[in-house]
Design a protein around this ligand. Sequence first.
Ligand code: UDP
Length: 234
Amino acid sequence: MTKRILLKLSGEQLQGDFSSGFDPKRAKWIAEQIRPAIEDGAEIIIMVGGGNYVRGNQIIGHGIQPVSAHNIGMLSTLMNAIALTDVFNDSNLPTRALSTVEINQFIDQYTFRRAISHIQKGRVVIVACGTGRPFLTTDTAALNLALEMQCNAVIKTTKVDGVYDKDPTKFSNATKFDQISYHDVLTNPDITVMDKAAIGLAMEEHIPVIICDLLIDSNIARAARGEAVGTIIN
Ligand code: UDP
């Protein structure tokens, strides 16, 4: 069975060692992490975040309307998608970017058929602008897209290698879960690894979500193969 995977990449992960913006070296690393998954026969669709530039909530106020702020947040994801697509193609990882918001001058508009057509040609598909609607995050957009594209699993890469009972960067006695239920993630206020709306969607539609460290070599390919890495939420 071919595995179709939705990979959620946060903007923060694309800034690499910079304090903001886009680090091509990090993007190249990600391309090399995705390549073995494609060689294994996996199909990869990426929902890219924009937090390395702007999250809507950060700039609301002083005259900036909430809708404008979220639109600017979505434009941040577009910048990432354009840059990431170039780096992937330059690394000989055939990739196409699609935007859920009409901005044809920059990249093609997302449609289900267009995405499927690229995937059938063995290309990675990167989707920009989340759902195209304000007041949401790219986590929720990722789950929504995974359902639309009938993905077998969602992989969200993070800075730590899974879900912990408390923040492992603050508490040395934090314990990692190998597996955790959607319900436990939803009801535990200390677990903030993914938007609750996204987890709610995953729970309703029974789609597994794997949380793993982007910077551990082979994590993405192993997770795509179904090996135990990080934490699986199911
Ligand atoms: N955004 C939005 N609708 C969506 C997805 C994203 O309005 O469907 C906006 C929102 O303001 C968000 C920003 O785009 O803060 C960037 O996305 P996100 O915060 O999810 O990026 P990440 O944290 O994953 O880098």
